[in-house]
Design a binder for this molecule. Structure first.
Ligand code: SF4
Length: 345
């Protein structure tokens, strides 16, 4: 009878190799690609297409699973803290392994594996933290790291003979040469570069997330997606203004409008779209929000008009669509740019 396992799958080279090593031993491998607003979210609603691509490119059976709800709870206050930026790598791994352990039964799988490499990352891939991840996820003895297994204690599937330890690897450190050679031996050439993927580890975006987590205590998926678009301002009343930098961002901002938001656009001048997320019941800063928008219009002089509108729920209330209420506000461009810099984050 075939033995099955679940492999945490980021789409990066190490996770691809972990899958291929286990497939090479005759195991049934299902790759779990967890997504949140901070990584992989572009695949949401298009899971079938990405799963098909992974199958075609690597011969791996993948499942894309949205864990945003639990992730947002964790990222606000991760028990093991953040890495260099807002990346809670240890708790992120613990959560993913825990989720994978919960799915073992559904996939008739015996254990979980990951592409972690000892010593590759300063925070989450030290020997002691690998142990912490295993223990706190409830996977003690059942989390196999095929790329570094020879540096780590024997796991239950190895002891039970489900996996042949002698065919696992003893990689460590940050180099990628060995992984690249292995990929070539599996006939895989089109794997992604190591950087990128998780916006929590991005120096600029993580600084913004830090502010947002602090001033929006109940932040949600939409807040986290909005944080990744446009120029951001926190106005003196605590409200949040986002101004698009190009057409693509203007469209993205429109798609993220939700109940309570105000959309701003110049009435007769070409310019960006802005989304203003007021504090509850506080509309005093609307003039400032409109003025900031006007600041980003190229051809401007004297007073001009800004159209304010609010989205209304569509019939099914699943998506907001513009707009049934509209107001026109006459504004002057703010005179002092330093003032804008004070609000920008
Ligand atoms: S970089 Fe991001 S996705 Fe990767 S372990 Fe850290 S928090 Fe998780």
């Amino acid at each position: 009878m075939q033995v099955n396992c679940l492999v945490l799958f980021s789409g990066g080279l190490d996770s691809i190799i972990a899958c291929k090593l286990l497939q090479g031993q005759g195991l049934g491998v299902t790759a779990l690609m967890f997504i949140t607003p901070f990584f992989g979210y572009r695949h949401r609603g298009r899971a079938a297409r990405e799963q098909e691509r992974i199958r075609a490119d690597y011969g791996i059976d993948a499942r894309i699973i949205d864990i945003s709800r639990d992730y947002l709870k964790m990222v606000a206050d991760p028990p093991h803290g953040y890495g260099r930026y807002m990346n809670p790598c240890i708790d992120c791994k613990i959560l993913m392994v825990k989720k994978a352990m919960e799915l073992l039964g559904r996939f008739d799988a015996s254990f979980v594996a990951s592409g972690e490499v000892l010593g590759q990352r300063p925070m989450s891939q030290r020997k002691d933290t690998l142990r912490v991840i295993e223990r706190e996820s409830g996977a003690a003895g059942r989390l196999l790291r095929p790329l570094s297994a020879l540096h780590l204690p024997e796991t239950v599937p190895e002891r039970q003979g489900l996996v042949d330890r002698s065919r696992l690897l003893g990689l460590s450190g940050r180099g990628r040469k060995a992984q690249m050679a292995l990929a070539a031996s599996f006939g895989i050439t089109n794997y992604p570069t190591p950087a990128g993927g998780c916006v929590l580890a991005d120096p600029i975006l993580s600084a913004r997330f830090k502010r947002i987590f602090a001033f929006r205590s109940g932040f949600d998926i939409n807040d986290c997606l909005l944080a990744q678009v446009g120029r951001h301002f926190r106005l003196p009343d605590g409200s949040w203004l986002v101004v698009g930098r190009n057409q693509v961002e203007n469209q993205r901002i429109d798609s993220l409008l939700s109940a309570g938001d105000i959309r701003l656009e110049m009435r007769s001048l070409a310019g960006p779209t802005a989304l203003w997320r007021p504090v509850e019941g506080g509309l005093e800063a609307v003039g400032l929000a409109a003025g900031i928008l006007y600041r980003y219009v190229k051809e401007n002089s004297g007073p001009s008009e800004v159209v304010l509108s609010g989205p209304v729920a569509s019939e099914h209330e699943t998506r907001m669509q513009p707009f049934d209420r509209q107001e026109i506000l006459t504004v002057e461009q703010p005179a002092v740019d330093e003032l804008l810099e004070k609000f920008r984050f």
